[in-house]
Design a protein around this ligand. Structure first.
Ligand code: PHB
Length: 401
């Protein structure tokens, strides 16, 4: 899908006006002005999943970005915005092609995307080559802010290892010493496991089995049977979006919920609590956000989002909102002049984001340094129990910025 509809009416506008102004333009007066006014708009491109298991994540991110910018008058550094959209379908094999549509064809000034780590690798290639400003509003693939970091790439979300790293201590505090890990087999699952190991093994836990299935499969039955026979103290996982709701439902339906506590990287319960129903109650997770965070900024954000979109916000909406805030602040610092790249990147690097998740700043490698909260689902909400890791930074190893 390409919903870059704003473009064609504008083109038509230029053509019809230019026809009427042939006389004026032939003496070199009005047409150049019109063209300049036109190109003065900031081109912002969304590359997000609008279909598939992560569809609602893409929508929440776009809502968040638009809401942040609308709250400040709908402009960036005084310039109006022209929006572009590509549905990346969470399909890694189309990552480069889809990113090129925005960068090469639509000539966006900034690309905001995406959710899926595999697709992000395609974006990373394209924006590093082109030097186009890019904001990652979710995908946690480590390389984007480690070995493949770039001066023009900024992440407002997390690295895959950040949330899961914080699971270990609370699990061991409850005496859960033998755990089965389960996730989709792709970068986000693998790197969440890497983070989990860092925290859980260090705290003295043992992972007795690592289970996986290909993304975005949701045929969990055989794996749940295996878990039942392994009889671990706990299960820890990475799943997200519609697949996460299905996992929690199947886990409960298999009779495991009462016997083996379920833990997860916090995406497990983001945006899907209603869909999972009672199966989500009592699930423990760690994440850089929680619905019930007692921060005025969070309360104000949640009520504004709910009234605007008739939806409850989740971590994806927050990450979108912070992407919008980051862009607003960077563009304000250079008064909309994106050709002043050094000043623009400096502003993006040094700004502190007043987020619904709590204030956070960028690491040197351009990834948030942020608190990770321990949460439990209670009465349909991600209730915060405390800070599981304070000001947690990704290692950024291999990044030369
Ligand atoms: C990812 O692929 O990096 C990813 C996707 C969904 C999430 C978190 C991470 O909720």
């Amino acid at each position: 899908m390409n919903a870059s509809s704003p473009r064609s009416p504008n083109r038509r506008l230029i053509l019809s006006r230019s026809a009427a102004l042939v006389g004026a333009s032939s003496v070199g007066l009005l047409l150049p002005q019109i063209v300049r006014a036109q190109s003065n708009k900031v081109r912002v491109g969304f590359m997000l999943p609008y279909t598939g298991t992560f569809a609602q994540l893409g929508v929440a991110i776009e809502n968040g970005v638009r809401m942040a910018i609308a709250e400040k008058g709908g402009k960036l550094g005084g310039r109006e915005i022209e929006w572009y959209k590509v549905d990346d379908e969470s399909e890694p094999s189309k990552g480069v092609e889809n990113a090129s549509k925005l960068v090469q064809r639509d000539k966006v000034d900034v690309l905001i995307g995406t959710v899926h780590s595999g697709v992000q690798m395609g974006i990373q290639r394209v924006v590093r080559d082109a030097g186009v400003l890019s904001i990652i509003p979710n995908a946690g693939v480590h390389a984007a802010t480690r070995a493949l970091c770039a001066p023009n790439v900024f992440r407002t979300s997390f690295t895959n290892g950040q949330p899961s790293q914080a699971l270990g201590k609370p699990m061991m505090d409850k005496g859960l010493k033998r755990t089965v890990w389960i996730s989709w087999k792709y970068a986000a699952g693998d790197e969440s496991l890497e983070g989990f190991k860092e925290g859980y093994l260090k705290a003295g836990g043992t992972i007795i089995k690592e289970l996986s299935l290909p993304f975005p499969n949701v045929e969990f039955q055989a794996l749940l049977t295996e878990i039942a026979s392994l009889k671990p103290d706990a299960v820890a996982c990475f799943f997200a979006g519609a697949g996460a709701a299905k996992f929690m439902k199947d886990y409960a339906a298999a009779g495991l919920k009462e016997r083996i506590p379920l833990y997860g990287s916090g995406f497990l319960t983001e945006g899907v609590i209603e869909a999972a129903g009672p199966a989500a109650e009592g699930v423990y997770t760690t994440l850089h956000y929680a619905d019930s965070l007692d921060i005025p900024r969070n309360k104000q954000f949640r009520s504004a989002y709910a009234s605007q979109f008739k939806l409850q916000p989740d971590v994806y909406a927050v990450q979108g909102y912070d992407s919008g805030q980051l862009l607003l602040q960077g563009m304000a610092a250079v008064k909309g002049d994106m050709s002043n790249k050094a000043a623009l990147y400096k502003a993006l690097e040094t700004t502190v984001i007043d987020s619904p998740r709590g204030k956070w700043a960028m690491s040197k490698a351009h990834n948030p340094v942020q608190d990770i909260y321990l949460r439990v689902v209670e009465k349909g909400d991600n209730k915060v129990l405390g800070v599981a890791a304070k000001a947690l930074a990704d290692s950024g190893v291999g990044c030369k910025l």
